[in-house]
Design a protein around this ligand. Structure first.
Ligand code: GLC
Length: 599
């Protein structure tokens, strides 16, 4: 019954919409067919917006130059207006901030710099009041060395003695220097082992030495962390992004890892991480976390997104299967990887099609173009392509994950050695810090052209504000006729349509430099995304794409194309003229009776 009512409503909705779009003729094409897919869930419909709390909004009195929870609450109307459906907060827990909050001292408390538990409850209430969901970062692999468990583990206190991974020295060198148990390296460089003089053993840290790895071979650890998850679910959160999951287990025999690439510029990449990364046991633990989430999902799904950088074919195992689901989706970094090297229509096509072709049946895709660990999308792809990349990510099948600032095309900032905060950069030293520091992509949100870009009234902010803030900020983009944020909002709006939510995907390369894909669902307006990666103008004929009529109507276009297109203008599909570097979204009435011709 509900499906039929929804179907009728959709026909009425689209009929009126299409009448405006292309005249009465569309009525005939649209009304005869109507099939409605199963309704999608909240985490599938709108983008998930990553907020980096340190840099979002400082609301302290007096201001301290650091973002906080009430600051995020004060920006919720902005977030709602973007059209995103959920906020994922990077860690807000009590922490000495050696790894910007990913080193947690108390999994159940809030860092004073961000506020209090009351502030968190107030934020959660305000988020939910606006119909948005709240997802937290969950860091299962390690704690801070200041965590009570670690302090007690050092002292071999029961039951904490084996909460972490301890190992004897392999021997002692000159001046009785302890020799680490094996050659394992930390992701941030150097040995993954740190000697503890008090316990007279080494402990393992796959990240900083201030982030000792928890021991998941001890069942008590898993129980503890499941309880932490339940604690936050009881506070009303809607799911988690699970941090660094592929590092949860290591080889029990502590075997040395083989050298894979002696010349790799960072030490970690020199070894083949056969014994420390993506061990089969990881999926068993993640499955246990998923069970906790499912038990709490009677009213609405509690989601799990996992973070692991690995080839797509391997990553797909993180979906689990129908009888044993694991992640709702493993975060998909294929577009990030594709933008580390030469960016072409082909490299983006390969990233998208590889993901889609490997996707297990019934699994839900997702697209990430940036985060707090990678150079900003605008810097990696180039500022001209900002809108085009958002078009690609937001209109493909699946959930886009947007890192705060990407909606306005924020760029990496130049952070000097003296200003560097990221320990990964500091540890690399003044000559090499730029290669490792993640500070450039973590600088404060650029709200307006006022003091510190409207982020804080403090004399100094924790990281410098990007010097381009006077021209690149939210306020000016909202006031401009055409801007990144306006394109972004149009894209989130388009996601409310049947074609984008439930339509098929047909993706091609035209004229070498143009990536084109359609989203079509019979009985509803279709969309086509056309992106020219070359610097010069290219004319493409898109009439051979499946279900494509002779004409379509301009839906949205890159700011770089602002002089070439006008919204709603009808254009001929046989000669779409694309200036260099940018994207265009067209909408059309799918031509279903026509025979499908594959390109
Ligand atoms: C994840 C986080 C990163 C952090 C690391 C260790 O990769 O995204 O910021 O440094 O885990 O917790």
């Amino acid at each position: 019954m509900w499906v039929r009512i929804r179907c009728i409503l959709l026909v009425v909705y689209w009929t009126s919409w299409l009448t405006m779009l292309a005249g009465a003729i569309t009525l005939v094409l649209v009304t005869p067919k109507c099939s409605v897919a199963d309704p999608l869930e909240w985490w599938q419909i709108s983008p998930i917006y990553q907020v980096y709390p340190l840099s979002y909004q400082d609301s302290s009195h007096p201001p301290d130059g650091v973002g906080d929870i009430p600051g995020i609450e004060s920006r919720l109307d902005y977030i709602k207006d973007l059209g995103v459906g959920a906020i994922w907060l990077s860690p807000i827990y009590k922490s000495p901030m050696k790894d910007s909050g990913y080193d947690i001292q108390d999994f159940r408390d809030i860092a004073p710099v961000f506020g209090t538990m009351d502030d968190f409850h107030s934020l959660s209430k305000a988020v939910h009041k606006r119909g948005i969901k709240l997802v937290l970062d969950f860091v299962p692999n390690h704690s801070s060395n200041l965590h009570e468990w670690f302090q007690k583990s050092v002292k071999r206190e029961v039951p904490y003695a084996d909460y972490y991974i301890w190992a004897d020295a392999k021997g002692f060198g000159t001046e009785a220097t302890p020799i680490p148990p094996n050659n394992w390296r930390s992701v941030f460089g150097g040995s993954a082992w740190e000697w503890n003089q008090e316990r007279r053993q080494f402990y393992l840290h796959q990240f900083l030495k201030e982030q000792p790895d928890l021991n998941y071979r001890n069942p008590l650890v898993l129980e503890e962390m499941k309880n932490v998850m339940q604690f936050w679910l009881d506070q009303g959160v809607d799911g988690f992004r699970l941090d660094a999951v592929a590092h949860l287990f290591e080889d029990e025999d502590l075997r040395d890892e083989m050298v894979k690439d002696e010349d790799a510029t960072d030490e970690y990449s020199q070894l083949d991480h056969k014994y420390t990364f993506n061990l089969p046991e990881v999926l068993d633990v993640l499955r246990e976390f998923r069970i906790v989430l499912d038990k709490n999902s009677e009213n609405a799904t509690k989601i799990m997104m996992t973070e692991a950088y690995m080839p797509v074919e391997k990553l797909m195992a993180y979906y689990g299967n129908k009888s044993h689901p694991i992640a709702h989706f493993p975060l998909n970094f294929a577009l990030i990887s594709a933008s580390q090297k030469n960016i072409t229509a082909q490299s983006i096509y390969t990233a998208v099609s590889t993901w889609m072709n490997n996707l297990p049946k019934g699994a839900w895709p997702n697209w990430v173009i940036g985060n707090h660990d990678n150079s900003r999308a605008a810097t990696r792809f180039g500022a001209e392509l900002v809108d085009a990349i958002n078009m690609i990510a937001l209109l493909l099948p699946g959930t886009p994950v947007t890192y705060n600032g990407e909606e306005i095309g924020m760029e990496d900032a130049d952070v000097s050695w003296e200003q560097t905060k990221d320990t990964a950069g500091i540890n690399a030293g003044p000559k090499k810090y730029k290669q490792f520091s993640r500070d450039p992509e973590r600088t404060p949100m650029q709200w307006d052209a006022g003091i510190n870009a409207g982020f804080s009234n403090a004399n100094q902010t924790w990281l410098p504000v990007n010097t381009n803030y006077k021209t690149l900020n939210v306020e000016s983009q909202l006031n401009e006729k055409w801007s990144h944020i306006k394109v972004y909002k149009q894209l989130t709006e388009a996601r409310k349509t049947e074609a984008i939510m439930n339509g098929g995907l047909d993706i091609h390369i035209l004229e070498d430099s143009v990536l084109v894909y359609t989203r079509v669902r019979e009985g509803f307006p279709g969309y086509v995304v056309v992106v020219n990666f070359a610097p010069d103008t290219v004319t493409v004929d898109i009439t051979n794409l499946a279900h494509m009529p002779n004409e379509s109507s301009v839906y949205t276009f890159s700011t770089t194309y602002a002089h070439s297109f006008t919204a709603k203008k009808r254009i001929s599909n046989s000669a779409v003229v694309l200036p260099g570097k940018g994207g265009l979204v067209l909408t059309f009435v799918p031509d279903f009776p026509k025979e499908v011709i594959s390109l």
